[in-house]
Design a protein around this ligand. Structure first.
Ligand code: ATP
Ligand code: MG
Length: 323
């Protein structure tokens, strides 16, 4: 039984919020936490895509190339212990939205970063082309059904942002959405973006924090990854012809992403525009973005009352007296 349960319950002085101190987190992860702030966008109006790099110069990092896996591990461990506390506290929820061009590494980032998290406290939902039932509803409907409960982390692999990205890039998708014709007009994208921003603010007001991660891949690196998927038979399944078709609309996608970020990046629902050409670095930054968000919550284990503690002490004595 822990000292906290039977003792005073107060943390030691060097502890920072969430019961997590820098030593526990690992100093390299602490560096990553400060680094990720430079990719955080909280003021959409001032956002310019060209200010955000696709890559990172590893020589500028405070750790060596062969330490990357260890740094990620530190991040995963920090996240795991904070998530445990969030689950026990059952007040906050966290929604992490992943958006990116094909082959930017969404799947790999989700797999690696969430690897150490208790599966009971986390749910990943991929959003593909909507089906008939989904098209019979407003566009947020299918996402609302998958929002995280308090105490949990919800991961959206793509999201309602597709409604202002792929749907914006391809007019024919909008035409097939079953909207009344009068509602399809030139302001529809700004309307949708305002609805999204309001929805995210609503979630924040209810204790569900929202962060959006854009894995910012370069067109050149996408070409390299597509070729790799084509040239290696065991990776062929990852490549679809649709991917190459979407690549042809790269510029339109970038404009749509820029406007989405400009309209929806706020202090309470920030975007993280992360360099994605270096997969390992991107994964570390994803972990750092999540850890940094959890660190901003007043997480703590539920406090046990004096009476409950007295009961626990009695039960402990009984257990110790058993054969
Ligand atoms: P991967 O290719 O890494 O397996 P993915 O997220 O690209 O993952 P796919 O099955 O290839 O998954 O593609 C899903 C497709 O569904 C994407 O092209 C995406 O743009 C599209 N999509 C998602 N949401 C919507 C939407 N609301 N309307 C139209 N298309 C959508
Ligand atoms: Mg795909």
């Amino acid at each position: 039984m822990s000292d906290n349960l039977l003792g005073s319950g107060s943390g030691s002085p060097e502890r920072v919020n969430n019961g997590m101190n820098v030593t526990e987190m690992g100093h390299r992860m602490a560096h990553a936490l400060s680094l990720v702030q430079s990719y955080r966008v909280t003021d959409g109006k001032a956002f310019r895509m060209e200010d955000f790099p696709h890559d990172v110069d590893r020589d500028t990092l405070p750790w060596d190339g062969d330490e990357m896996d260890d740094v990620l591990q530190e991040g995963v461990e920090a996240m795991s212990s904070m998530q445990d506390m969030m689950y026990a506290q059952d007040k906050w929820g966290l929604l992490v939205i992943f958006q990116a061009m094909d082959a930017a590494g969404k799947d790999g980032a989700i797999k690696h970063v969430m690897s150490g998290v208790n599966p009971q406290g986390c749910e990943v939902t991929p959003f593909k082309t909507p089906g008939a039932e989904e098209l019979d509803h407003d566009f947020l409907w299918r996402c609302m059904k998958r929002l995280p409960e308090r105490g949990r982390i919800g991961i959206f692999n793509r999201s309602y942002y597709e409604e202002v990205l792929v749907v914006r890039v391809h007019d024919k998708i909008l035409q097939s959405e079953k909207l009344p014709g009068a509602l399809i007009h030139e302001k529809i994208w700004q309307e949708r973006l305002t609805d999204i921003a309001n929805f995210e603010q609503y979630l924040g007001n209810n204790g569900i924090r929202v962060i959006k991660i854009f894995l910012h891949l370069s067109k050149k690196e996408q070409k390299k990854r597509f070729l790799d998927r084509i040239e290696h038979p065991e990776k062929n399944w990852k490549f679809s012809q649709a991917d190459i078709e979407e690549r042809a609309f790269w510029k339109d996608y970038m404009t749509a992403y820029k406007e989405a970020i400009q309209s929806t990046a706020t202090p309470s629902a920030p975007w993280y525009v992360l360099p994605a050409d270096d997969k390992k670095f991107a994964r570390i930054m994803v972990a750092a973005a999540i850890v940094s968000t959890l660190a901003g919550m007043d997480l703590s284990y539920p406090v046990v009352s004096d009476e409950q503690r007295a009961v626990l002490r009695r039960i402990r004595e009984q257990l110790l007296q058993e054969d």
